[in-house]
Design a binder for this molecule. Structure first.
Ligand code: SF4
Length: 508
């Protein structure tokens, strides 16, 4: 039986609390260190609902719950009441920790937006949680952002120079203040938002709200996803991924196009404005790993795409073995695809403890070292005496891979062949994914053979760049693949590049 993919982002707050001897209540005071997490981290999930009547905070809660995998650091909801007054609740922690029945029942109103955060700019503090609300002469403007601006420093500097008192350290606050400023200059909502968007460079999928509408926008490259849906009773929905629509039984209408602004209201339905010429460059890592496998992009589930890249991997780097296994969760569809193409039986031998979602809150290095065993356990009777092909979606530092390989051997595997369903990650991301700096990326430093030696596998192979793109069945120029190639589709200022790229790769 296949694992329950839909369940892969579900965390049980009480069990986490029981399991880890750290007070989650004090999360906002902890200086959280995420760097040891050996995977690129998704940056944020955004969600919004507008209904004709009733209270929608609970719908937003469930939407954020479905998008929990996109950010586990803080969560927040802003609701507009019948008078257009905003009420915001946001805090550090998972959606299920931040909200309860009482809080949600006090959030009255038929218009609300929400946000799950994983910080890529700004530190891990509650002041950086979203939505961000700015008061204007036309009423409150609120914003939830997924992505990263590459000109955040410049934008924040300009706004500070103009006298705005920025409270957080995020790039997102700059966008909200830029909208507020344009409104105060006399522009209407649509003009003000478009004016602000033209000041932004980088990756941004935004869910915004004004007193009578929710507003979605994507940068011209559409690096991060954003979709529109409608519930059976006529409420409009914006969500980072379609899994956020499914959980509230909303029908998928379409994606917000790169360079498009949509204004969703009960009176006028969906109004669309093309605010910038589209130059599509969807993050290919959304397809490989970040987005949920049950989310749909380009008319098919990502599960189906991941099966296909597994097949491509088998064609490119077949090796004889007794069993193919996947590293849960995102390596599993590719493992099934590899198995189907190669004829080598698929099996499950790594079992994930679904209730340990936050090993990063362990306070000591020693506890961190043991983190992988808290998350994954091996099935000895499946692995004993077997030649094993293990499929994972990526290798960042290589530390987790080595632990997995050692665990497989300890459980009795006699050969371990690792296959990776993406090309080597050689460059950091500046568009809203938290990757290590380049000097920590193992593939930026070592050959495939040297990596194989370091992670102690018998053989190692990665999917080629061509196969990764071919398997999308899309125009292959419509993807950002910069972390595999170093070719950044949106220019990254040298100053920002120097924060993550090795110095010899950047101009002085
Ligand atoms: S650099 Fe990599 S992770 Fe970042 S947007 Fe491009 S493909 Fe995605």
């Amino acid at each position: 039986m296949l694992p329950d993919y839909a369940d892969h982002s579900v965390f049980d707050a009480e069990m986490i609390k029981d399991h880890l001897d750290v007070s989650i209540q004090n999360l906002d005071q902890l200086d959280l260190d995420f760097n040891y997490v050996d995977k690129p981290q998704e940056a944020c999930g955004v969600f919004g609902v507008i209904a004709a009547e009733g209270d929608v905070a609970k719908l937003v809660y469930f939407g954020l719950y479905a998008l929990q995998h996109r950010g586990q650091e803080s969560a927040g909801i802003t609701v507009y009441d019948a008078q257009g007054i905003t009420h915001t609740h946001k805090a550090m922690g998972l959606v299920a920790q931040v909200f309860n029945e009482t809080i949600l029942s006090e959030m009255k109103g038929a218009l609300a937006i929400g946000h799950n955060r994983y910080s890529t700019t700004g530190s891990s503090k509650v002041c950086n949680a979203q939505p961000i609300v700015v008061s204007t002469r036309l009423g409150d403007f609120s914003l939830a952002h997924n992505g990263n601006l590459v000109n955040a420093t410049e934008l924040r500097g300009e706004l500070s120079a103009q006298g705005h008192a920025l409270e957080s350290t995020t790039d997102s606050e700059g966008i909200a203040f830029a909208v507020g400023e344009a409104v105060e200059e006399g522009k209407d909502w649509q003009e003000a938002i478009i004016t602000a968007l033209h000041r932004c460079e980088g990756a941004f999928s935004l869910v915004m709200a004004i007193p009578n509408a929710i507003v979605g926008a994507r940068d011209p490259h559409g690096v991060r996803p954003l979709v529109i849906g409608k519930t059976p009773d006529g409420a409009y929905v914006l969500s980072s991924e379609t899994c956020g629509l499914d959980i509230i039984s909303a029908e998928y209408i379409r994606e917000v196009a790169p360079g498009e602004l949509v204004i969703l209201s009960i009176e006028n339905g969906i109004q669309s404005v093309s605010w910038q010429t589209p130059k599509p460059k969807l993050c290919v890592f959304e397809m490989i790993y970040f987005a949920r496998p049950d989310s749909v992009m380009h008319d098919e589930s990502l599960y189906t795409y991941r099966l296909r890249i597994g097949r491509e991997l088998a064609k490119e780097s077949f090796v004889d073995a007794d069993i193919v296994i996947g590293v849960p969760d995102s390596g599993i569809p590719a493992a099934i695809g590899f198995s189907r193409e190669s004829g080598i039986p698929y099996g499950e031998a790594l079992i994930k403890n679904r209730y340990v979602g936050r090993t990063f809150i362990q306070p000591t290095q020693a506890m961190r070292e043991s983190g992988i065993r808290m998350k994954l356990n091996t099935l000895k009777d499946v692995l004993q005496g077997k030649r094993v092909i293990v499929i994972d979606d990526s290798i960042v530092r290589g530390t987790t891979s080595r632990k997995i390989v050692r665990a497989l051997r300890e459980a009795g595997a006699i050969e371990v062949h690792m296959r990776i369903s993406s090309p080597p990650v050689t460059h950091p991301c500046f568009y809203g994914i938290d990757t290590d700096s380049q000097d920590h990326l193992i593939a930026a430093q070592k050959s495939v053979e040297a990596i194989a030696e370091q992670i102690e596998v018998d053989t190692l192979a990665y999917l080629t760049h061509d196969a990764m793109l071919r398997a999308t069945n899309m125009d292959t120029t419509h993807f950002c693949t910069a972390c595999f190639t170093g070719t950044y589709p949106i220019e990254v200022p040298d100053k920002l590049k120097r924060t993550k790229l090795m110095l010899e790769n950047t101009a002085p």
